[in-house]
Design a protein around this ligand. Structure first.
Ligand code: 13P
Length: 248
C-alpha cells in the first residue's frame, strides 16, 4: 500500500511573516492528516521552516539543487547545503525550470543523480505542454523525460524517488487534468517503470500537479495510480492546503 504524499511548492512566494503565518496555520490543522506532508520552501526560508516544523510530522523540501557537489558555481546551491537545513526532498525538473531556465532532460537527470547520491528524495517532475498533448505526444514526451533519468541512474534507483506528473497546461491555469486523463498518464508511467523493474514500479509514489485544489483533490487522489499531489497556488493558503492533505 503506497502512502499518499501532499507536497506544497511555494515557488517564489514568501516573506518571513508570510512563512510564520502559513506554517502556523498548517500546523494547527494537522490532526487527522494521514498523508506525508512536505513543504517545499524557497532557499532563504529553509532555516525558518526547519525551526517551525521541528518535532512535528511535517517534512521539509527544496525546489531545486545544483547538479554539482561543490565549488566555484556562483549562485548555485548544492545537495549537501540543503541537507544541512533538514531538507529530505527536492523538486527536480519542474516545468518552470525546464522552460524558463533551459533545463534539458540531461540536466534534470544529472540533478536527480545529485539528489540520490546525497541521500535526498527527488520529486522528479514530468509532463507535456498543451501543444504536445494536442499532437498526441503526451506519452512520448513523458517517456523521453523519464528515460533520460533511467539511463543515468537505472530503474532501481527510482526506489528513492517520487515522480510528479504535471501537465504544463494545467499548471497555474485553473485547468486541471480530469481524473481519467491524469490516471491514464500515471498508469503509463508505472508501466514504463515496470518494464525495467516491477518491484520499484509498484512501490513508487506518483503524484499529480496542476491546479489541484480543495475541490478536485479527492477525485484525483482516489484514482488507483495517483498517490498524492504537488500543489502550487493552493499550498499558499493553509485552509486549502489542509483540505488537500485530508483528501488523501
Ligand atoms: P498550481 O497548483 O498553482 O497549478 O501549480 C502546480 C505546480 O506547478 C506545483 O509544482
Amino acid at each position: 500500500m503506497r502512502k499518499t504524499i501532499v507536497a506544497g511548492n511555494w515557488k517564489m512566494n514568501a516573506s518571513k511573516d508570510f512563512v510564520d503565518t502559513l506554517v502556523d496555520g498548517i500546523l494547527s490543522g494537522m490532526s487527522g492528516v494521514s498523508s506525508e506532508v512536505i513543504l517545499c520552501a524557497p532557499f532563504p526560508y529553509l532555516s525558518q521552516v526547519e525551526t517551525l516544523i521541528g518535532g512535528t510530522n511535517l517534512m521539509l523540501g527544496a525546489q531545486n539543487l545544483s547538479a554539482k557537489p561543490k565549488g566555484a558555481f556562483t549562485g548555485e546551491v548544492s545537495a549537501d547545503m540543503i541537507k544541512d537545513f533538514g531538507v529530505g526532498h527536492v523538486i527536480v525538473g519542474h516545468s518552470e525550470r525546464r522552460s524558463l531556465y533551459g533545463e534539458s532532460n540531461d540536466v534534470v537527470a544529472e540533478k536527480t543523480k545529485a539528489a540520490i547520491d546525497a541521500g535526498l528524495t527527488a520529486i522528479l517532475c514530468v509532463g507535456e505542454s498543451l501543444e504536445e498533448r494536442e499532437a498526441d505526444k503526451t506519452e512520448a514526451v513523458v517517456a523521453e523525460q523519464l528515460n533520460a533519468v533511467i539511463s543515468l541512474v537505472g530503474a532501481g534507483a527510482f526506489d528513492g524517488i517520487v515522480i510528479a506528473y504535471e501537465p504544463v497546461w494545467a499548471i497555474g491555469t485553473g485547468l486541471t487534468a480530469s481524473p481519467e486523463q491524469a490516471q491514464s498518464v500515471h498508469a503509463f508511467i508505472r508501466n514504463l517503470l515496470a518494464n525495467s523493474n516491477d518491484k520499484v514500479a509498484q512501490k513508487i509514489q506518483i503524484i499529480y500537479g496542476g491546479s489541484m485544489s480543495a475541490e478536485n483533490a479527492a477525485d484525483l487522489i482516489s484514482c488507483p495510480d495517483i498517490d498524492g499531489g504537488l500543489i502550487g497556488g493552493a499550498a499558499l493558503k493553509a485552509d486549502d492546503f489542509l483540505q488537500i492533505c485530508k483528501a488523501g
